[in-house]
Design a protein around this ligand. Structure first.
Ligand code: PLP
Length: 240
């Protein structure tokens, strides 16, 4: 058995039940909006949670995990290397921290400037497959500081698609948290429209990374192919 004996039964039961509940939400939303549930990948966001929480989710069948902080994320990829999980970097990335990300992750969702993409491409080890990347788009305007502006996405995508050790897969966004379902849908629709414009321009993109614990239904309604869910799987995070 790959999983260590220190995992407590209550944690495993809670995470496994939460995962089932999230999968049921994804299924229900996909059906309600006429989509194939299998076309939506669940990324379990394990930031701030220990490797043992990831192990518990892996034991319940979860394969893809998202991390926000370089040091913490790299430590988990190393501690859990034997499990063969797929690791996605989804947090803000500074140019002096690109190397460990290029060496340890399969995906990066948070590219919002060319310099970061160039460094990741240069630093991606030859023995690994190309790094799968999404561009992070600012769909909330003034309310958010991260992400490329929608009218600058096409130019950034055109530059990133030419980088040798990266494969551009699509777009990611983190809209400002809002309660109203219709307003949530509008924010995700604007990302989908940008995505479709790039596709019409001939870019072979297949990934719309959008939707979190509180708004995954609205994201699925607007075409999300990957939802990034933390709290609904692992519980409320401690505030720093
Ligand atoms: C933390 C985080 C998530 C998960 O958020 P929850 O509300 O806990 O589901 C998703 N995406 C990104 C980029 C995050 O930083």
């Amino acid at each position: 058995m790959l999983y260590s004996r220190h995992l407590s039964a209550p944690i495993m039961t809670t995470i496994s039940a939460n995962l089932q509940a999230v999968c049921a939400r994804i299924d229900a939303a996909a059906r309600r909006f006429g989509r194939d549930p299998a076309a939506v990948t669940l990324l379990a966001v394990s930031k701030t949670w220990p490797a043992s929480s990831v192990e518990a989710a892996a034991a319940a069948g979860q394969r893809c995990f998202g991390e926000n902080y370089v040091q913490e994320g790299v430590a988990k990829t190393q501690a859990l290397a034997a499990l063969g999980l797929e690791w996605h970097f989804i947090g803000p990335l500074q140019s002096n921290k690109t190397r460990p990300v290029a060496e340890s992750f399969a995906w990066v969702h948070s590219i919002d400037r060319l310099k970061i993409a160039q460094r990741l491409s240069e630093q991606r080890p030859e023995h690994l497959p190309p790094l799968q990347v999404c561009l992070q788009v600012n769909v909330s305007g003034e309310a958010s500081k991260s992400g490329v502006a929608p009218d600058e996405v096409a130019a950034l995508a055109a530059a990133v698609i030419g980088l040798p050790r990266l494969q551009l897969r699509g777009l990611m966004a983190i809209p400002e948290p809002i309660e109203d379902f219709a307003a949530q849908r509008r924010a995700f629709a604007s990302l989908r429209e940008t995505f479709e414009q790039l596709q019409r321009g001939g870019m072979p993109l297949d990934t719309l990374s959008m939707g979190m614990s509180h708004d995954l239904e609205a994201a699925i309604a607007e075409g999300a192919t990957m939802v990034r869910v933390g709290t609904a799987i692992f519980g409320e995070r401690q505030k720093p």
